[in-house]
Every structure is written in structure tokens, then in C-alpha cells.
Design a binder for this molecule. Structure first.
Ligand code: FEO
Ligand code: CA
Ligand code: CA
Length: 693
């Protein structure tokens, strides 16, 4: 939310099979083997490595994220579609795409991934049902093409960021959840809706994409799936709990917002607003560390602590330290244990943009999505070994984490979060590197990092190596150093009120902006870079003006400087292989107030070489558009539609029932009662062309 509650390496593609015939392949045989093996592997997660496609093929997962030297050149094709109109009031409950394109629902919350029936949304969700069904609130995603069927079959891996508890537990009106009697069964159903979905998808005989079910690859990873902890914070005293005295085994992953993927064929799920799940009914005085991570007695209102002791903050002060990490998942091995990679630091991870340099240096760019938080880079200590996939498996466990400082002169510096340097010492509360990583926000504070306007996704241009980050909005930034609102300096999470700076040029940045940078010398390990503002988003027709006391240069007010169709609150960000930049938004989604002209949430397409931007997709009312990826040929696109109709306050009178409203489906014809459900749409061009052209 928006809501507060709320492979390896540089492969020459010719080394990989590219037969898209759809014939039975070795993959089908592997899948059959997985199906028969799973019965006895269940319950011993991680104990046995199954036969996997990635292990067998090595290069099965090549997908364009490779060495820049081998990257596809930027296309001169640009943007070739005609913009769709904004979804303004009275709002449509449809997903709308340009003329000549089709959007169909592929999978939505509660759709079965097995032979078992779909969930009946007229009933409350229960844990057992949810465990075989697609999760809630789709967010970041990646497509791992199947060997031999690159563009017609693969594993679509998606995050299920969070749930709307009233929808899960069937509590109406929704606001009554705040006082509802909470049972462990209700909490378990919610936890099962979180996590990650591995979904085997294919182009059917009719040309339409479908979920293969059953499939030995289909998998749910949830808030209760055992995960291994790796890297410098593994086994740290701050990671130990009564239930896990080793500090090495965490139950579950939560609030997986956006994502990343590696050249060695794994998926990265990023844990964002983990703090909101913890709460207590006991008196609680948060420590400075807890306060810095937003841990408060009330949490975000999920109230899990009432029935699940693990989320009782007063009783488990270290449990929150086990969340806020990047989690690595091997999608081709359904019995693999997800791994929390602590070397990448602990914060509210939005996405993890992995890039491989010409010298095989591997870097990961990441944002911490909260007002006035930071942008980070991790540089692996070891280089990618393109010839030995196994050598890369633990690459993310050792390296240097940096945080960004953006200078007013268009130059920037990466500041290393390294123990015993620059004040990250025991006398300042950092006993070792593990503690620096667990308290990454506090370590970054000490280094003088630049407070940003809510860093969301990071995307890397496939040929120029420029890194782009969305800064979605910020209403906690002052105007001038003398304004009454500017406390200056950081006192606690959420209370900081920095003044405007070059990289964050607006006070009260309602519409957000997109920043980009380029490492000095094209070296991913460089500690200095050049940056500029790619675009300031806004509404060219707005009557709203900036505060009277604000008049420095470098900003474009609320009207922004978009070349083309207006949008605001940029969040999802992804480059296709031809260098088109796809931008997804996360604003109120109600086409009111600031958004009366811009309408509901959208996916835009920009050509970075010209700045031209067109509206490609509008979502159903009150939804957020989250997650985007295409097949390697760029001809099939998958897009997430999250929380259609989300209404924690019961104030909407035009609520969504997407996708069961039938405007893009319906997904079912069995008479199920409508309930708004997050999901994935699949988009194709009717002439079979590359999406965006
Ligand atoms: Fe989950 Fe920052 O959006
Ligand atoms: Ca969001
Ligand atoms: Ca997001």
C-alpha cells in the first residue's frame, strides 16, 4: 500500500535450447519426477535437493539478466501503441490496455494450483485451502523460462505481499476487524496468504496462457515456511529467540513487496513492511532500534499477536530482527529452503536490482521504502563464475553494503556499512558486522546518507548500465531550512523532516519522481557516481501550487515535467530487453483529490532516450498496479493487479469485484460469489508483436 494497515552468468543464448514447439521435453519428465517425489519429501524441507531443471541444464534460466557485454542492444523501436485514457470517475472496474492488445486474467487469489477445487470466495479462507491456492496481493514477479520452451512455458514467480484480513476472515464491514475476536485459525489463514507463489504457466493450445495444475513445480512459500538464515547476521545474538536458539532458522517470510532475480537462476523476494505484523497488548517502550524500524505496540492492525505468540512483541523482542531481509529462492527446486541473505542488510526492502558488470562484478541495488529512508548498493566480494553455476550459489553472503549520499552537484558517493569503520564501532552500538546489518538504518544514519522521498523499485537499463529508482512521494519533507516544519536531523522513524535537496527537490512531494545514476567508469564497484532527476511526476492540469515560502530552482511544482501522459506516485519499475521503461503507480486509486485528472493506478511506458511517456494500462478502481515481466521474446507480458477495492474504512460506495466483475474474465463460471481478488493479467498484442511496439 499503499496501505499502511495495512545460469548462470554471461551466457550466449545460442548455448541454450530455444525450441518453442511445445513438444514433450525433459522438463516434463522432471516435473513428473517431482510430483512422485514430493509425497515423501514433504515435511523435510531442504533436506534433499531434488532433480532440478536448473541443475540439469545449467543455462535453463537465462533471461537477459546477464553480462552487459552480452546484453541486447537498446531498440530503436521506441513506443508504438496509442495511449489509453485515464480511469477517472465514475471509475471502471476493468483492466484497460491499448487498441490491438488483449488483457486476460491468468491467476487470482484463491485459484487452485493443484487438482483440488478453487477457493469459494463466499466463504472465509482457511489455511489448508490457502496452502494449495494462489496467494493474496500480488506484487513483484519474474518469469523463469522453461528449457526448450522459452516463450511458451515457464515458472511465473510472484510475491504475495500482504492480505486484507477482513476479506480473508470474511468480516464485514471491514472496519469491524479492529474489534473482532481473533483466533489462531484466522491468523494462520492470513499467514498462508502471504509469501511467494511459484506457478507453472504455459501457452495453451488455444494460444491463451494458463496455469498448469497440478504441476510438480507449483509451490506456495508462506509466512510459515521454514527459511535458513545466511550471511554475517546468521546466528547473531540479536537473531536468537526462545523457539530458535541457533538464530539460524526463521519461520516464514512476510510482506514480500518487490523482487529481483539472479544470473544463477534464483528469485529474490524482498521483505518490506514487516514491522506491522508485530504488536502487543502489554505496555511497550520501544528501544531506539525498535523505534527506528517502526515497531509499535499496535502494529498495523493485523492483531496477530492476540492469537500467535510469535508476533507478541513484548514477549519476543528479537523476532522482528528476523524479518526485513532479502530472501533467495530456487524456483526450479520445489523442496529447496528459502534463504535470508543478511549481507544485503535489514530494512524495508522494496526491490533488489541485480546487475553483472563487464568484469563479472555482481551488484545489487535496493531501496528502503519509507519516507526519508535510503538507497543502498551491495557489491559481492566474489565475481560471477559463468562456467560454474554451483560456485555462485552463495555469492550474496559476502560483500560490501553501501548507502547512497546524493550531493547537490550531481555527484554521489557510496558509503560503506563496514564494522569498525566510520563510527560503526562497539561504543556506538555496533558490536560486529552482524549488528551493523541488523541495524542497517542506524548505521546508515551515522554515515550521513541522503534521506529520500520513499525509494521504491530499482531498475537497470539493459545496455547503458544506468540505474533508475522510483521515489514515490513524501509528505515529510520541509521547504526551506527556516520553515517551522523543519526539525532538521533524524530523531526517530517517521519524525524526521529533512529539507529539500537536489535529489529530492520538492517539499510535500505528492506526485513523486524518478532518479537515475551511472557509476563512475562504468564500474559496479565504484564508490562514486553521477546522478540526475529523470522526471518529476505531476498533473499538468492541477490548480495546486507549492507552499508560498518555497521557491528554489530545480523543481517543477505539482505540474511536473512529464513528456506525454501524466501520472504520479511511481512505484513498480522495470526495463524490458529493448530498453523501454515500464512504470507502475501506487496512489489512492480513487480518482479523487490530487488524482481527479490522473485517475486510478496505471502502468506507463517511457522511452528513456526521448523521455516520452504513454499510458499503457489502467487498473480496476482502488487497485494498485504491481509487478511486471515478459517472456524473453517480449511478446507476452505479465502484470500484477493488487488490492482491487481495498477499503479498510468502508467508505467506498463503488467497490471493486475485479476480476469476478467479468470485465476481464470471468476467471470462473461456477457461480462463486464475488469478492475483490488480487491477481495477474497476461497481456499480448493481437498481432503477436512485441509488447510496447
Ligand atoms: Fe510494497 Fe513500497 O510498496
Ligand atoms: Ca506499494
Ligand atoms: Ca511497491
Amino acid at each position: 500500500m499503499s496501505s499502511t494497515l495495512h545460469p548462470d552468468g554471461k551466457l550466449n543464448p545460442s548455448q541454450c535450447v530455444s525450441n518453442d514447439s511445445g513438444n514433450t521435453s525433459i522438463l516434463d519428465l522432471i516435473e513428473q519426477r517431482q510430483l512422485t517425489r514430493r509425497g515423501f519429501l514433504r515435511g523435510s524441507l531442504g533436506a534433499t535437493a531434488g532433480v532440478t531443471a536448473s541443475a540439469l541444464f545449467g543455462c535453463a534460466v537465462v533471461d537477459g539478466l546477464t553480462n552487459y557485454a552480452n546484453a541486447a542492444p537498446a531498440s530503436a523501436g521506441g513506443i508504438g501503441f496509442t495511449s489509453v485514457p485515464p480511469n477517472v470517475a465514475p471509475m471502471s472496474d476493468a483492466v484497460t490496455v491499448p487498441d490491438g492488445y488483449s488483457a486476460r486474467v491468468l491467476v487470482a487469489w484463491g485459484d487452485s494450483l493443484t487438482h483440488a477445487p478453487h477457493w469459494d470466495p463466499s466463504r472465509p479462507m482457511d489455511e489448508a485451502t490457502q496452502l494449495h491456492c494462489y496467494g493474496a496481493h500480488t506484487d513483484g514477479m519474474h518469469f523463469f523460462p522453461a528449457p526448450g520452451r522459452n516463450n511458451s512455458r515457464g515458472l511465473l514467480v510472484t510475491n504475495s505481499e500482504y492480505v486484507d484480513p477482513p476479506l480473508v476472515n470474511d468480516i464485514a464491514p471491514a472496519k469491524d476487524y479492529a474489534a473482532a475476536a481473533i483466533t489462531l485459525e484466522m491468523v494462520r489463514a492470513q499467514q498462508a496468504g502471504h509469501g511467494v507463489n511459484v506457478v507453472d504457466v504455459q501457452m495453451g493450445r488455444d494460444g491463451n496462457w494458463e496455469v498448469r495444475r497440478p504441476s510438480g513445480f507449483n509451490r506456495r512459500i508462506t509466512g510459515n515456511t521454514p527459511c535458513r538464515v545466511a550471511g554475517p547476521a546468521a546466528g547473531h545474538p540479536l537473531m536468537k529467540t526462545a523457539a530458535d536458539p541457533s538464530g539460524m532458522q526463521v519461520i516464514g517470510t512476510l510482506n514480500n513487496c518487490a523482487n529481483g532475480h539472479t544470473p544463477w537462476g534464483t528469485y529474490l523476494a524482498c521483505e518490506e513492511n514487516f514491522n506491522g505484523y508485530f504488536g502487543t497488548d502489554a505496555p511497550l517502550t520501544p528501544t531506539p532500534h525498535e523505534a527506528r524500524y517502526g515497531l509499535v505496540a499496535g502494529g498495523f492492525g493485523y492483531r496477530w499477536h492476540v492469537a500467535d505468540e510469535r508476533f507478541n512483541l513484548a514477549a519476543n523482542r528479537n523476532e522482528p530482527n528476523r524479518f526485513g531481509w532479502v530472501v533467495e529462492i530456487d524456483p526450479w527446486n520445489p523442496t529447496s529452503t528459502p534463504v535470508k541473505r543478511t549481507a544485503l542488510g535489514r530494512f524495508k526492502h522494496e526491490s533488489a536490482g541485480v546487475v553483472v558488470g563487464a568484469d563479472n562484478t555482481v551488484a545489487v541495488y535496493m531501496g528502503d521504502d519509507e519516507r526519508n529512508e535510503y538507497v543502498y548498493k551491495f557489491v559481492c566480494a566474489k565475481k560471477l563464475d559463468p562456467k560454474n553455476p554451483a560456485a555462485n550459489r552463495d555469492l550474496l553472503d559476502s560483500g560490501t553494503l553501501y548507502v547512497a549520499r546524493f550531493g547537490a552537484d550531481g555527484r554521489g558517493a557510496w558509503l560503506p556499512l563496514v564494522w569498525n569503520r566510520n563510527g560503526l564501532t562497539p561504543e556506538n552500538g555496533f558490536a560486529d558486522q552482524g549488528e551493523v546489518l541488523i541495524k542497517a538504518r542506524q548505521a546508515a544514519d551515522r554515515l550521513g546518507a541522503t534521506m529520500m522521498d520513499r525509494p521504491e523499485w530499482v531498475a537497470i537499463h539493459p545496455s547503458t548500465r544506468e540505474v533508475y529508482v522510483t521515489l514515490t512521494n513524501n509528505n515529510r519533507r520541509g521547504s526551506t531550512p527556516t520553515s517551522a516544519n523543519d526539525a532538521g536531523g533524524k530523531t526517530a522513524a517517521g519524525s524526521a523532516r529533512p529539507v529539500v535537496d537536489g535529489a529530492n527537490p520538492r517539499p510535500d512531494n505528492d506526485f513523486g519522481h524518478i532518479l537515475r545514476w551511472r557509476e563512475d567508469g562504468g564500474d559496479l564497484a565504484a564508490t562514486s557516481f553521477e546522478w540526475d532527476v529523470f522526471v518529476q511526476c505531476g498533473d499538468k492540469a492541477t490548480a495546486k501550487t507549492l507552499p508560498a515560502n518555497y521557491n528554489p530552482a530545480g523543481h517543477d511544482g505539482y505540474r511536473g515535467n512529464i513528456v506525454g501522459d501524466d501520472y504520479g506516485a511511481p512505484d513498480g519499475l522495470w526495463f524490458d530487453r529493448d530498453g523501454r521503461l515500464w512504470i507502475q503507480t501506487d496512489q489512492a486509486g480513487d480518482a479523487q483529490g490530487d488524482w481527479v485528472n490522473i485517475g486510478g493506478n496505471v502502468m506507463m511506458c517511457a522511452d528513456p532516450s526521448t523521455g516520452e511517456t504513454r499510458r499503457f494500462l489502467t487498473g480496476p478502481r482502488h487497485c494498485e498496479v504491481t509487478g511486471v515481466v515478459t517472456t524473453p521474446d517480449g511478446r507476452t507480458m505479465f502484470v500484477g493487479i493488487q488490492h482491487p477495492g481495498e477499503d479498510w474504512t468502508d467508505t467506498f460506495t463503488d467497490n471493486s469485484t475485479w476480476p469476478d466483475s467479468g470485465v476481464n474474465g470471468p476467471t470462473t463460471t461456477d457461480g462463486r460469489v464475488s469478492k475483490p481478488r488480487s491477481g495477474v493479467v497476461v497481456i499480448t498484442q493481437n498481432n503477436g508483436g512485441v509488447i510496447g511496439t
